[in-house]
Design a protein around this ligand. Structure first.
Ligand code: ZN
Length: 276
């Protein structure tokens, strides 16, 4: 395998399945040539961030991002305050494991609410509240715009345009995680990547959009199995100077998650080489 190419590869540990542990992921990655991971908070909290950090270093890996913070949208003040506190802890955990950014899935409409405007306000003020702590910790807050189909239940930041607007508003320390699954359909993709520029884009998540797709959350495809022109998006990023990682992030309950982590990893490495 071409080492220059594999050096850019990062594995989001959810690619191995929600229920797999950090040690499962590290075992799969051992001697694979992959140097970077993005773990999830439940995996880090399970062993504690200090031990997680030691395990990751012992495995010879570096951490790209921590997945994830966000979920700022609540109707009641108490839940909102708890969400802010939880995000502050996530920043601390990210710093302890040496992550460069905390991926933010910002939250959709609160339950029983139709007030999208209020949700947007909570997201803006939520990020603003945690930003000083993130700046101090050296952790970039990476807003991940999600496909509009998730506006109700996961994120009502649904385009790169909206994410760029928020970055303009909030300033230094806020960036964007660009996931091909969420942005491939956008006619403004190229313009908004140029607008974001190299400095603002802190993550490039790769997978594919299957046709037909059987589940909007848990039926992501392996790169090359769907309709996304991933190399075209990679070129758009490189044209603005992006030299960062390519993070494989595949939620696939019925297909890939049925396979062993080693097998999933082998396919990820090969497809990254041939289809990214
Ligand atoms: Zn993603």
């Amino acid at each position: 395998v071409n080492t220059t190419i594999i050096n850019q590869l990062c594995i989001n540990t959810a690619t191995f399945g929600w229920n797999r542990s950090l040690i499962d992921a590290l075992n799969a990655l051992a001697n694979s040539g992959v140097k970077h991971i993005t773990p999830w908070r439940h995996q880090i909290q399970h062993v504690g961030p200090e031990i997680a950090n030691a395990m990751i270093r012992d495995a010879g890996l570096s951490v790209s991002a921590l997945c994830r913070g966000g979920m700022f949208t609540y109707e009641d003040k108490k839940s909102y305050t708890l969400a802010i506190d939880d995000n502050l802890r996530a920043i601390d955990e990210a710093a302890i494991i040496g992550a460069k950014s905390l991926t933010l899935v910002v939250g959709g409409l609160p339950s029983n609410s139709k007030n999208l405007k209020h949700a947007h306000e909570q997201i803006t003020s939520g990020i603003a509240k945690i930003l000083p702590h993130a700046r101090q910790a050296g952790i970039t807050l990476a807003i991940e715009p999600l496909h509009p189909m998730f506006a109700a239940d996961r994120s009502c930041i649904n385009s790169l345009t909206h994410a760029n607007d928020l970055c303009d508003l909030l300033g230094e320390g806020v960036g964007i995680a660009l996931d091909v699954y969420h942005v491939w359909w956008d006619p403004r993709l190229s313009e908004e990547i140029i607008r974001a520029g190299e400095k603002r884009i802190v993550g490039f998540h790769i997978c594919d959009w299957l046709v037909p797709t059987s589940d909007l959350l848990l039926d992501r495809g392996m790169m090359g199995d769907g309709v996304i022109d991933i190399p075209a998006i990679r070129v758009m990023l490189e044209k603005v100077g992006y030299t960062g990682l390519h993070e494989v992030e595949i939620f696939s309950e019925k297909n890939w998650w049925q396979r062993s982590p080693k097998e999933i990893l082998q396919h990820s490495i090969e497809r990254h080489h041939t289809h990214v």
